[in-house]
Design a protein around this ligand. Structure first.
Ligand SMILES: [Zn+2]
Length: 112
């Protein structure tokens, strides 16, 4: 039975308290549970929010941005010396060019 593996007796100040704690995995639901399962499976970036190194970024070979949705907000650090990020919205199937000249395109991934 699934609940037996998470049962453990509690002890406080030498006295045994009868009760159980469930594992966090048993208490979570929805997106939090899927995120924890992805972390347990070894996926360190399940939402694909870590920065991506820019490639050539030409129109023929744009920088591919993973997205599970039809559009995504993409931040481009146009020049390494600048202190701001240029934000652009990229839609699926429509490559978009940043002001610095780099092209970005969404590549579909499965949602979490
Ligand atoms: Zn840019």
């Amino acid at each position: 039975m699934w609940w037996l593996r998470s049962m453990r007796p509690l002890q406080r100040a030498g006295k045994r308290i009868y009760g159980t704690f469930h594992d966090t995995l048993d208490q979570l639901t929805g997106i939090q549970k899927r995120e924890l399962l992805a972390h347990l499976a070894g996926e360190c970036d399940p939402f694909r929010i870590l920065s991506i190194k820019k490639g050539p970024g030409t129109h023929e070979c744009p920088n591919l941005i993973p997205s599970a949705y039809c559009s995504r907000l993409v931040g481009c650090v146009c020049h390494p010396d600048t202190m701001h990020i240029e934000w652009i919205v990229v839609h699926m199937g429509w490559p978009r060019r940043c002001g610095c000249g780099y092209w970005f395109e969404l590549c579909p991934i499965a949602p979490l």
